[in-house]
Design a protein around this ligand. Structure first.
Ligand SMILES: [Mn+2]
Length: 178
């Protein structure tokens, strides 16, 4: 069993990012930040964190997208704006993201940008948007900000969402067979 931390769109709120990462670092196999930090790519908060550039990031040291394989799981990670991810059908338009993930042979696709949390099995892949820690949008914005933990078991993926106080939001859990 492996766990992964997925965070996005803190928009300058360095404290919450630092808090979440410090809390989970000892127990996760990977940490993903999906863009729009408005921080420097060299900020120490990103030590050991897989990052990508958001539409509100201006440090050219952030990459546009990346494929990463950890513990036999291949992730495709990008912010979303470069793949025209917008709010669609209550969540997100995944069409171009899906094509890009296919080229990377990814099983899990990580993005942000819309600030709408969610996880969905689509075209045989698991798409995860952890939501924004600091500027949430959509039907669950009243939670005040979210992030996600992916649990990889031998036969399934489990996605848990947490609020800014690290309380598990049980009713948002998503599972997908692998
Ligand atoms: Mn954003």
């Amino acid at each position: 069993m492996s766990k992964f931390l997925i965070v996005s769109d803190n928009h300058g709120d360095r404290e919450i990012l630092s808090d979440i990462i410090a809390r989970w670092r000892p127990q996760v196999a990977g940490i993903f930040f999906n863009g729009d930090s408005e921080l420097s790519a060299k900020d120490t908060v990103f030590d050991g964190v897989s990052t990508v550039i958001g539409n509100m990031d201006y440090d050219p040291d952030f990459v546009e997208a990346r494929a990463t394989t950890i513990d036999q799981v291949t992730f495709f990670q990008t912010h979303g704006h470069l793949y025209h991810v917008t709010v669609f059908n209550g969540w997100a338009n995944l069409e171009l993201l899906d094509k890009a993930a296919l080229e990377s042979d990814a099983q899990v696709v990580l993005f942000g940008h819309t600030h709408v949390d969610g996880a969905l099995a689509y075209n045989g892949k698991l798409f995860i948007n952890p939501g924004s820690t600091s500027l949430p949008k959509g039907p669950r914005s009243i939670i005040g900000g979210t992030y996600a933990i992916l649990i990889v078991e031998s036969d399934k993926f489990i996605v848990h969402f947490y609020n800014r106080s690290h309380v598990l939001l049980d009713n948002l859990t998503v599972e997908m067979a692998r």
